[in-house]
Design a protein around this ligand. Structure first.
Ligand code: ADP
Ligand code: MG
Length: 347
């Protein structure tokens, strides 16, 4: 009874705690926060100066005693204390009514260890959560894409975020087969930095590389040629310099990593039971996460697998929207949550 009242009063929250971006959904209100997973810290005092959008502006631009940290790497918590502070900040920012701690559903990458799960549980609890549930990101993305995850059919989803590309086959409310590859958006940025350095002796920052990728990056030749100005520091002269790069060059720069993601998809299809493959051939492959926005990735995957491939609507918010749907329908959807040793879904 008391629990029912608490559940009624609390402002429950779903979170996609991503390597690149964090999204927060509040029950009854929808997505209220969408910000980079970045924290700016003063190293002299240990004080947090900014979180999210404000902190991202500082990346690569801070005086030496101020560092802008991305506390999640490859989708898992690599810096526990900073993650906890960031979660606390976002949870507090999202909530309007604060007298009852919220129930919180957090998306985690597929295949993380018990230790990593516990880190997420603990960080959420100390950030004020009354109860914490975990959901695998590909499951949440599939629900966000409105795929029939609880039916006895094969659903194939590929979620490409900042740190990980997760491939999963989902049927009857569970992940039948999943793979997580630590090659995703961040790696493509690194590839671009490396390429520009090797070809032009020009050192560019992470943000510049991401801007180029979003502007002209592609996995498959574009209909129209594109060019983009890139600014950095010439490593020979030490002076600032601007060069123009083409879509073809960027495609070449990221080709190897893109190929690894495609191979992961093919390997997963290879291991999928035949009945489910038959479903997937008809229903298709679904792409979610910010990485799904890479131009021509759907075309390349479709060519390589011979299976129709679609980018889900609003791919960057698919995980948090899916987790939000679970939050609004906990009774019907509790089977999709991750069971952890510590916490069981509510009865
Ligand atoms: P996460 O959930 O891991 O935080 P997101 O789903 O938010 O990741 O996706 C972030 C990644 O998507 C970043 O690496 C970003 O560079 C990439 N991204 C965003 N938009 C595009 C785009 N238009 N083309 C290619 N990559 C993109
Ligand atoms: Mg995300």
């Amino acid at each position: 009874m008391l629990n029912k009242i608490l559940n009624f009063l609390s402002e429950d929250i779903a979170i996609d705690l991503g390597t690149a971006n964090t999204e927060v959904y509040v029950r009854g209100r929808g997505i209220v926060i969408q910000e980079p997973s970045v924290v700016a810290i003063n190293q002299k005092t240990g004080q947090i100066l900014a979180v999210g959008i404000e902190a991202k502006k500082m990346v690569g631009r801070t005086p030496s005693h101020i560092v802008a940290i991305r506390p999640l790497k490859s989708g898992v918590i690599s810096d526990f204390e900073t993650t906890e502070q960031m979660l606390k900040y976002f949870i507090e920012k999202a909530r309007k009514r604060k007298f009852v701690g919220p129930r919180v559903i957090v998306g985690i990458p597929w295949g993380v260890t018990e230790v990593e799960k516990k880190a997420v549980l603990d960080a959420s609890k100390s950030a004020g959560a009354r109860e914490v549930f975990l959901i695998e990101e590909p499951m949440a993305a599939a629900i966000g894409a409105r795929l029939p995850v609880q039916e006895p059919v094969g659903n194939f989803i590929v979620d490409i975020g900042g740190g990980t590309a997760e491939v999963a086959v989902i049927s009857l409310g569970g992940v039948v087969l999943g793979k997580s590859l630590r090659i995703a958006g961040d790696k493509l940025n690194e590839d671009i930095i490396r390429y520009i350095q090797d070809e032009y002796n020009l050192l560019i920052g992470e943000r510049m590389a991401e801007t180029v990728k979003i502007a002209i990056g592609s996995a498959y030749p574009l209909k129209e040629k594109k060019e983009f100005p890139v600014r950095g520091r010439n490593l020979v002269t030490g002076l600032p310099e601007e060069i123009i790069v083409s879509d073809e060059e960027i495609r070449k720069a990221i080709e190897k990593s893109v190929r690894q993601i495609v191979n992961e998809i093919k390997a997963t299809l290879d291991e999928t039971p035949p009945e489910l493959v038959a479903d997937i051939m008809v229903n298709g492959i679904y792409l979610s996460g910010g990485g799904a926005l890479l131009k021509g990735l759907d075309i390349l995957i479709q060519k390589e697998t011979k299976i129709p491939t679609k980018v889900v609507d609003d791919p960057m918010t698919a995980v948090v929207r899916g987790a939000g749907i679970v939050l609004e329908n906990l009774d019907e959807l509790e089977e999709v949550l991750v069971e952890t040793k510590e916490l069981k879904p509510p009865k």
